[in-house]
Ligand binder design. Structure first.
Ligand code: ATP
Ligand code: MG
Length: 263
């Protein structure tokens, strides 16, 4: 199976990007897929949420972006969950500044990942909540973007900024990039607003909207403080079960179109 590199992005903060990355990684690993998370966020939330101490990193995605370490040198196994993490901490914010002076600055991550593509079925890039050079590195490295979003009043406006950015990225640096899907997170099925925004999303994006919705679920929010994906922290919670359903929907979308001869 060829490796799928998926950027998880939305410049709006706190919409469930990291929660989605960590739980999809654990879900797909459980299904036997080989998964790497690239933490591109100086907050290091995906790193910590995978049980890796961000304070004591010898190598992080920072050294990788600046060409001072390879992905193989910097990656680490998640504490539990069966996937790998290219970790991040606050230093990565500095990488953004230093990169400005480098050649091919927006293709640093893509070039670095080249050497490990054969080792993974899925690479998820957890982008920071902005459209900066770090996020641009994620969008250049990826073949598609998964966009988590909360169905609230201004959600669609925020999306149009992201869609504009994707259009520019397509023209300038990565003609292949497409939207893999929009994921409704922290969903409250009883709220009229959620239903209205859902309908608008379907009108604008059609079948790009994942059928699976992720409910608001406190177990998903508790899990990172234990350094665990929600899926491992409380497998039977509604949130964990929703991410398992999402992992199945994702593989059905991505893997059924091109039947592999090796299976
Ligand atoms: P940032 O933009 O800061 O990187 P993010 O988009 O990565 O944020 P998360 O960190 O995944 O978003 O989620 C934001 C907060 O909401 C976290 O505290 C997380 O634990 C919580 N959270 C995420 N998804 C859910 C959910 N489905 N139900 C309840 N809480 C959730
Ligand atoms: Mg995050």
């Amino acid at each position: 199976m060829t490796c799928r590199v998926i950027a998880v992005a939305n410049q709006k903060g706190g919409v469930g990007k990291t929660t989605t990355v960590v739980n999809l990684a654990a879900g797909l690993a459980e299904m036997g897929r080989r998964v790497l998370i690239v933490d591109l966020d100086p907050q290091g939330n995906a790193t910590m949420g995978s049980g890796i101490a961000k304070g004591s990193l010898t190598n992080s995605v920072y050294q990788v972006l600046l060409g001072d370490a390879s992905v193989a040198e910097a990656r680490q196994p998640a504490k539990e969950g069966g996937y790998h993490v290219l970790p991040a901490n606050r230093d990565v914010g500095g990488a953004e500044l230093e990169l400005v002076h480098e050649l091919a600055r927006e293709a640093r991550l893509k070039n670095a990942l080249g050497e490990v593509l054969g080792e993974y079925d899925y690479i998820f890039v957890d982008c920071p909540p902005s459209l900066n050079l770090l996020t641009l590195n994620g969008l250049v490295a990826a073949e598609s973007v998964l966009i988590p979003m909360v169905c609230e009043y201004y959600a669609l406006e925020g999306l149009s900024d992201l869609v504009t950015t994707l259009r520019k990225v397509r023209v300038a640096v990565n003609p292949k990039i497409e939207i893999l899907g929009l994921l409704r997170t922290m969903f409250d099925a009883r709220s009229n607003l959620s239903q209205q925004v859902s309908q608008q999303l379907a009108r604008h994006f059609g079948d790009k909207v994942f059928d699976t919705v992720i409910p608001r679920n406190v177990r998903l929010a508790e899990a990172p403080s234990h350094g665990l994906p929600g899926l491992i922290y409380d497998r039977n919670s509604r949130g964990a079960q929703a991410y398992l359903t999402l992992a199945a929907e994702l593989t059905a979308r991505l893997e059924s179109a091109t039947p592999s001869l090796s299976h």
